[in-house]
Design a protein around this ligand. Structure first.
Ligand code: NAI
Length: 457
């Protein structure tokens, strides 16, 4: 079984060649997947937390074995398998006269997961692990740009003992996603993707009064005060902008730097950026691979072009890159870019680029930078970061930042133990952490009478 995974994972996905062709699931296939999930849910939801825990733990083990050949952080399967054994969490409430009430956390039923392309395996894990742990079934639709890894997850779950039909993968784009959201037997939709699609998902789900979790885009601020540890701040800014070619929703792409250290910081960041080794993502020493596809590469390069037209200065990168290795020549590579002389009204500062482009913005005071950080036109609020040695300022600034995740003296660390999700147009609901159980379950209250019925009639 593991051998098979390995063979599949050596596909050369980074050289611009088609590696597999999938058929889009239509209304009929979506209905079949939902009906299978519904049937599996009936049995799965009756299992004890411990039984579910055992199976998810096995899945976590298989993922861990595959991790060396699977370029993704370990999924949340491990975490939720451990929480499952304590599930369902309810409370007991004593009432007058010896009567009492208790609450039960019950699964929702068939949940739908719809994923973006940037972390395809991780997104599938972050949605399915808590859903299954809480006793639900899931039908998952990956992005049509990354259809393969969700299938591997399905194989891993099957290998671990997840019953047939409990986790199903359907393939396709917007139309398939719509069939899923509209399906009357779907109880919840968890979506990761762009704001415009998030709006559509919410509208469709509203018609069936279905709860939604929306993990949407961002244009997050990273604030670097002059009293910071500069070396760490530079590292943090690199992590905040260039991880996974900058295709990360919570990236800190508006880098506010206090004027006293602006030149030093900029010099260091440019030096480090120019050292980034671009090339074959399967090689140990490669630090940056290709972007997802040609249109996206063109879009990111277009942002750099319009930044220049609006008065920003390119300090490095921002142009297409052709690696020396001839087999990579058709990949969608670009050199990571650092922009300076940026203003808050420029499109590179206002809009989500989703590529390796850092915009540096000088600031003078804490009050000023907070106002600018919180006031970006697009109303995103996914993440934010602050670098300072002043502990009081660090917490004060974190409290003021309008973002679902704030990093103090680091950036882009997302341990599964901590909840993740957005403020404002970056969405709502949370993934990861204990709190996610609330988003994949519903609360039942049971009242127990210990005396006689008092009647008004
Ligand atoms: N907050 C978070 O956790 C994350 C957010 N993102 C965001 O995702 C975006 C990039 O991903 P994309 O795949 O380009 O986003 P997208 O919104 O174009 O597509 C996301 C998914 O929705 C599906 N879809 C598209 N139209 C639909 C419709 N009308 N009904 C139902 N499903 C539909 C797509 O096929 C895909 O599976 C960025 O904005 C990024 O910030 C990405 C990763 C994490």
């Amino acid at each position: 079984m593991l051998q098979q995974f390995e063979m599949k994972l050596t596909f050369p996905f980074f050289i611009g060649r088609i590696i597999a062709t999938f058929t889009c699931s239509g209304e009929k296939e979506v209905d079949l997947a939902v009906q299978n999930a519904k049937a599996a849910f009936k049995l799965w939801s009756k299992k004890s937390g411990l039984e579910r825990c055992r199976i998810l733990l096995e899945a976590a083990k298989i993922i861990r074995v595959c991790i060396n050949i699977f370029p993704s952080r370990l999924g949340s399967t491990g975490l939720y398998s451990s929480l499952t054994s304590a599930f369902p969490l309810g409370e007991h409430v004593q009432l007058p006269g010896g009567s009492f009430g208790y609450t039960r956390r019950e699964p929702l039923g068939v949940c739908v997961g719809i994923g973006a392309w940037n972390y395809p395996f991780q997104i599938a894990c972050w949605k399915s692990a808590p859903a299954l742990a809480c006793g639900n079934a899931m039908v998952f639709k990956p992005s049509p740009f990354t259809p393969v890894s969700a299938l591997l997850l399905a194989e891993i779950y099957a290998e671990a003992g997840v019953p047939p039909g409990l986790f199903n993968v359907v393939q396709g784009g917007a139309a398939t996603g719509q069939f899923l959201c509209q399906h009357p037997d779907v109880a919840k939709v968890s979506f990761t993707g762009s704001v415009p699609t998030g709006v559509k998902i919410m509208e469709l789900s509203a018609k069936g009064i279905k709860p939604v979790t929306l993990e949407l885009g961002g244009k997050s601020p990273l604030i670097i005060f002059s009293d910071c540890n500069l070396e760490n701040a530079v590292r943090g800014a690199m992590m905040a902008n260039f991880l996974t070619q900058g295709q990360v929703c919570c990236n800190g792409t508006r880098v506010f730097v206090q004027r006293a250290i602006l030149d030093k910081f900029t010099e260091e960041v440019v030096e480090q950026t120019q050292k980034i080794k671009i090339g074959d993502p399967l090689l140990e020493d490669t630090r940056m691979g290709p972007l997802i596809n040609r249109p996206h590469l063109e879009r990111v390069l277009g942002f750099v072009k319009s930044a220049k037209q609006q008065g920003a200065r390119v300090l490095c990168g921002g142009d297409p890159y052709v690696p020396q290795d001839p087999k990579l020549k058709d990949g969608y590579y670009m050199r990571p870019c650092v922009l300076t002389d940026c203003r808050d009204d420029m499109s590179c500062v206002r809009e989500e680029i989703f590529g390796p482009v850092m915009s540096i913005l000088p600031f003078d005071t804490e009050a000023e930078v907070l106002e600018r950080a919180n006031d970006n036109d697009t109303s995103f609020g996914l993440a934010a970061g602050v670098f300072t040695r002043d502990i009081q300022r660090a917490h004060r600034v974190a409290a003021e930042l309008q973002a679902g995740s704030c990093f103090i003296n680091n950036y882009n660390v997302s341990p599964v133990e901590l909840p993740f999700g957005g403020y404002k147009k970056s969405g709502f609901g949370r993934e990861n952490g204990r709190v996610t159980i609330e988003y994949y379950s519903q609360l039942k209250t049971v009242y127990v009478e210990m005396g006689d019925v008092e009647t008004a009639f």
